[in-house]
Design a binder for this molecule. Structure first.
Ligand SMILES: [Zn+2]
Length: 270
């Protein structure tokens, strides 16, 4: 079975777009990923509660300093609504297991992001044995290679972990402890923004624009790819031999609109 997930970089989008728009974009979705902060924000929470699918909280992009403290402090609140957590590096797993133990939490899923660098079935087998519910394969190889890897994840011995492939949207190309928005080396430039959307981007010599997302807790940034990943759903479906999640990364309203269009197309075809 082919399932779909939507990954939001910006929790503001939940409250800035009309609810009908959001609902149409998320029609038939299996899972959404949201920055963990969304699960602590009253307005965002009321929108999240209306979404009928699995809800995953993404751990801090740079899991240290104020961001890490903030996550720990809000862990119980996030647990109230989130079905699970998305980890981004191997240390996150130990960190999260510690929190689960300390708070007596035993019913949450753990999902692995592409930053775990799953390139082959051996690393997929490792994460399967670690109890992950799903893992997003590395988006670096060509689509055909990613699909091959997803197929091999389905065939893992004692395999219960779902493979996930990013079919649309931007990916993170850099996590930076330096905030590009200011030249002031001191923390808290304030322009990182409350929920991370800065409106800034980095431009290379070929005029490609790389959007910058602010991490205001520690005045840091993540930098997104200039281009969107585009793997045609029909292509993936044709070559997938087992269960897989197709993931769409959403940065702005335009990305949401594309999801609505593809949902509509699918409904017409069925
Ligand atoms: Zn800053």
């Amino acid at each position: 079975m082919v399932l779909k997930s939507v990954y939001f970089y910006n929790p503001d989008i939940l409250t800035s777009v009309k609810y009908e728009k959001l609902k149409a974009a998320l029609d038939g979705i299996f899972r959404v990923y949201l920055p963990y902060q969304s699960f602590t924000d009253r307005e965002a929470l009321s929108a999240i509660k209306e979404i009928e699918c699995e809800k995953a909280a993404v751990l801090p992009y740079i899991n240290k300093g104020n961001a890490r403290n903030h996550f720990e402090k809000n862990f119980n609140t996030v647990c109230k609504t989130a079905d699970g957590f998305m980890i981004q590096n191997i240390g996150d797993l130990a960190f999260l297991s510690g929190l689960f133990q300390a708070h007596g939490v035993s019913d949450k899923f753990v999902y692995g992001d592409y930053s775990l660098n799953v390139f082959n079935s051996e690393s997929a087998a490792y994460w399967n044995a670690s109890g992950l519910k799903s893992v997003t394969v590395s988006p670096e190889p060509e689509a055909s290679e990613q699909i091959k890897l997803a197929n091999s994840v389905c065939k893992l011995q004692n395999g219960t972990m779902l493979p996930e492939i990013i079919c649309g949207g931007k990916i993170i190309v850099m996590r930076s402890e330096h905030c590009f928005i200011t030249d002031n080396p001191k923390y808290h430039c304030v322009r990182c923004g409350k929920n991370g959307m800065t409106g800034y981007s980095l431009t290379d010599n070929a005029e490609n624009k790389f959007p910058v997302i602010g991490l205001p807790h520690d005045c840091q940034n993540i930098v997104l790819s200039a281009k969107n990943i585009e793997i045609a759903e029909e292509y993936a479906k044709k070559h997938l031999l087992g269960n897989c999640i197709l993931r769409y990364n959403v940065l702005n309203e335009k990305d949401l609109l594309n999801l609505r269009i593809s949902n509509r197309k699918e409904r017409q075809e069925n």
